[in-house]
Design a protein around this ligand. Sequence first.
Ligand code: PA5
Length: 444
Amino acid sequence: MNDKIKLDISGALQAAAWVEGEIESNRSDLAAAAQAVDAKRKEGLLGFFDLPFNKEGAAAIKQTAEYIKGNFKNLVVIGIGGSALGNRMLHNALNHPRYNELPAGKRKGCPRVYVLDSIDADYLKGLLDVLDLKETAFNVITKSGGTVETMANFFVLKDMLKREVGPNRAAESIIATTDASRGVLLEIARQEGYRLFHIPGNVGGRYSVLSAVGLLSAAVSGIDIDELLSGAETAVKDCSAHDPYKNPALMGAALHYIAYQRGKSISVVMPYSDALDYFGDWYCQLWAESLGKTKHVNGTAVPVGQTPLKAIGARDQHSLLQLFLDGPDDKIFTLLGVEKRQNSFIIPPPDGAGNELQYLGGSTLEKLLASELEATESVLAKRGRMCLRISLPTVSPYTMGQLIFFYMLMTAYMGELMGINAFDQPAVEEGKRITYRLMGRPGY
Ligand code: PA5
């Protein structure tokens, strides 16, 4: 298939003369990072590499998706962090922008999909106000099986559901996605007889969107998950070399790494597409939780990490761009463009007044947005700001699969380059323990 996403680094190379030289001088470190990732993959530590090839898993997910489609009008995903953001990203990218508001016929009979990752009581009440529990299935997702936010929401909803439909129907309405061998959710699921999906032990939360975590709710809403996986499979193959000029994920990591070493402590991702809005949120979690770490160098604790920031084109040109251009040179930018959208709108010429806007007449909204991306790229380059561009031929399951895998792998490479573990989140765990204490959990 020719629908490949493209990484264009010319803006970064033009930004400063040192960029190309530093790619060269870091070549051996880049090859070592790629080798280390390969070695970890071979050791079975990086399960996210295997997900695109799990056809059997995809078949089981599609079967359960059919069951949900046949029996329910709504699906609520209950999770948080890596157990929710990927679901939001896929739904936002690949479903109609007003999917839940469409009549069932226009959703091809697929259930509405909601993601509950907030423990704000007002937010939950708002969701309950639009749901009929009798017609709603719940996919509770937590790898550890005990995340407080997820389990608190789940307990509230399970209790309501049981009272509304009775314990048997409630058990038929709940699908649990969790670790295969441990955790409270696993125990409850077995005890109460829920349908169950397992998250492989070697797949961390923020690397799990291509497992049952992200795929079930996607399949329920009619997204072609085979195409999504096939896109990721393409990226696995296209990003396997140890030479950055032959491996776009390694090149992406190289540029972010040398930018970081030159004081660019912020990585801005700026999609010129509303469909990629939640991709930006997913990216922020991936980059922040994976790379924001304390590194121990010669017995000293050194905080490291590059702060991710999402901006949306063209909206944030009227909000953040002034800072990006005139503010401190502490950022590396990635603009995401979409070559072909599903829809087109011709802009009619203004009648009467508005002569200075005549030039818009006969053009299209897509051309305007594409021109704004070009303009931002060029003005960033003129200021010497490092800027990459990723182009998606279209936003489709196949291109999203590529984009997702590209970013997960780039993050893994970046972790190696920075000399940290990109797969744990020790500081978050510390915050969790304090919450337990505040909530009165014994032993904390
Ligand atoms: O990426 C991660 O590991 C985290 O963001 C987790 O996904 C998040 O903390 C939720 O954890 P769990 O799936 O165990 O409920």
